[in-house]
Ligand binder design. Structure first.
Ligand code: 13P
Length: 254
């Protein structure tokens, strides 16, 4: 199974900077390795960056609409993203859940829109510090997964990737040192929701202060299948070093 490393640029970079970063990432990605690489730039740049991609770097969207085409000012659909060559959509990122009121129901609707459009869904989940301190982190994350996957079929699961991002580790420099424990719990939950073979073949990414210096250690954990990278994805050298660490982790495990 190949790892996935996705760079989430969030709301950063003006156009010239974004274009330059994309060129640098693609220049550094001239072979396949053991890792699928995706980049999620701000949505206004997606169509313009599409010609910059090569076969080793694909585009991801940071989100999509919970509904289809129609009178929904400011929204854009998963099908629109598909029509410009986007490969995957980040769904339910904690920043969208916390700052834009994205509910579990909205996340489930976005999963449906994304999978119906034929795209890959990168489903984000994670607990905040209060929930972790209260020992409710497993309950929180597994409930997020149950809601988000309630309308997803076994057949569609080969286009679903889970990204575990503890909120307290995002942009803070703190990583979840026991992330393997949560990744294993997620995989076990996928077995309960679907079956063992689907659970085993679902990629579970880690996100939260992943950087070149800690990436290999994170990716060496048995149930970690790559990363969702924020701050370190804004610099091509760092991002490419993280991709290299992912390739190395797979090589070592073989
Ligand atoms: P950082 O890598 O900046 O902690 O962000 C993680 C993240 O939220 C990626 O989606």
């Amino acid at each position: 199974m190949r790892n996935i490393v996705t760079g989430n640029w969030k709301c950063n970079k003006l156009w010239d900077e974004a274009d330059k970063l994309m060129v640098e990432v693609v220049e550094g990605m001239q072979s396949a390795g053991h890792t699928e690489v995706m980049v999620a730039p701000p949505s206004p740049y997606l169509a313009a960056l599409r010609p910059r991609c090569n076969e080793f770097v694909a585009l991801s969207s940071q989100q999509c609409s919970a509904s289809g085409e129609g009178a929904h000012t400011g929204e854009y659909t998963a099908s629109m993203l598909k029509s410009i060559g986007v490969k995957s959509v980040l769904i339910g990122h904690s920043e969208r859940r916390e700052s834009f009121g994205e509910t579990n129901a909205a996340v489930a609707a976005k999963m449906k829109q994304t999978l119906d459009a034929g795209l890959m869904a990168i489903l984000c989940c994670g607990e905040n510090l209060d929930e972790r301190d209260a020992g409710r982190h497993f309950e929180k994350v597994l409930a997020q997964l149950s809601h988000a996957l309630s309308d997803v079929s076994s057949e569609e699961m080969d286009r679903v990737v889970v990204a575990y991002e503890p909120i307290w580790a995002i942009g803070t420099g703190r990583t979840a040192s026991a992330e393997q424990e949560m990744h294993a719990a997620i995989r076990q939950h996928l077995t309960a929701l679907f079956n063992q073979s689907i659970a085993d073949s679902t990629r579970i990414l880690y996100g939260g202060s992943c950087k070149p210096s800690n990436a290999l250690e994170i990716f060496m954990q048995p149930d970690v299948n790559g990363g969702l990278i924020g701050g370190a994805a804004l610099n091509a050298t760092d991002f490419l070093a993280i991709v290299k660490a992912s390739n190395e982790a797979i090589s070592k495990a073989q």
